[in-house]
Design a protein around this ligand. Structure first.
Ligand code: MHF
Ligand code: KIV
Ligand code: MG
Length: 263
């Protein structure tokens, strides 16, 4: 299999094709996801919740993310490896650059950062130094205490146009990919159409260029209440490999997300 690169994702966008993304935290699940055809693997700071049992992603450290990145890198096959910069990893410009360097040395091929227009300078410096960046907008879980919970963002017109403007600013600063979390489907479509770079969505409707889910949600092993945008792919599968294949195929065929998964 030819390795998936940023150019592959750009070509998907130009052709109007979608692509699949899934979180992974170890070599075995990374291999299973990659074998199923998943285009992008994310070592997400969601590991603080699904692996460590915290109620937020804030406790996750750079060391922990690097450990899981090294594990996933050994099993990633042809998939593109994206990695989350953890909470406060951008506390200063210097720390941002050093931390992103650590992630790249651990095996990251694309670094995902949460943050609005103010992240533009950081993204510009990273891009200059050869670190491709995905900018995560909308519901940014690292600011959950400020947002007052895991709530849909961009429901009113002001916040919606702010998110669109932030996305434009960050692409201008060098972001190679945008990730939109928990925004109304029409905002997901507007931003995807407005930008030349690939847009990945989670709870952002059916029209983003790519879709991403947390592995544990796909396999239905997430404890407690699940967000509206998740789907249990184990329900119609024989095993984990089948569930990953089904998720990949449903994304590629635009069967997922369905209306019931959107805002
Ligand atoms: N298992 C898991 N799945 C995820 O998608 C995920 C994590 N963990 N941890 C990190 C973040 C946190 N995320 C979340 C968590 C909860 C909602 C949620 O319950 N949202 C409400 C929105 C309600 C509203 O404002 O209308 C929902 O009903 O989906 C959304 C995103 C997404 N990420
Ligand atoms: C939910 C995805 C987008 C994420 O950031 C994570 O898994 O940490
Ligand atoms: Mg994350």
């Amino acid at each position: 299999m030819k390795p998936i690169t940023l150019s592959t994702l750009q070509a998907y966008k130009r052709a109007g094709d979608t692509f699949s993304c899934l979180t992974a935290y170890d070599a075995s699940f990374a291999r299973a996801a990659s074998d199923a055809g998943i285009d992008v693997l994310l070592v997400g700071d969601s590991l603080g919740m699904v692996l460590q049992g915290h109620t937020s992603t804030l406790p996750v450290t750079l060391e922990e993310i690097c450990y899981h990145t090294r594990c996933v890198a050994r099993g990633k096959g042809a998939s593109l490896l994206m990695v989350d910069l953890p909470f406060m990893g951008n506390a200063s410009q210097e720390r941002l650059l050093e931390n992103a360097g650590e992630l790249m040395r651990a095996g990251a091929e694309l670094v995902k950062v949460e943050g609005e227009a103010w992240m533009a300078d950081g993204i510009r410096e990273l891009t200059r130094r050869g670190v491709p960046v995905c900018a995560h907008l909308g519901l940014t879980p690292q600011t959950v205490y400020q947002l007052g919970g895991y709530k849909v963002q961009g429901r009113d017109a002001d916040r919606a146009s702010q998110i669109l403007e932030d996305a434009r600013t960050l692409v201008e600063a060098g972001a190679s990919v945008i990730l939109l979390e928990c925004v109304p489907a029409d905002l997901g479509r507007t931003i995807t159409e407005a930008l030349d770079v690939p847009v990945i969505g989670i709870g952002a409707g059916p029209d983003t260029d790519g879709q991403i889910l947390v592995m544990h949600d796909v396999l239905d092993v997430t404890p407690g209440r699940k967000p509206r945008f998740v789907k249990n792919f184990m329900a119609e599968a024989e095993d984990i490999h089948g569930a990953f294949r089904r998720y990949h195929e449903d994304v590629k065929a635009r069967r997922f997300p369905a209306e019931e998964h959107c805002f």
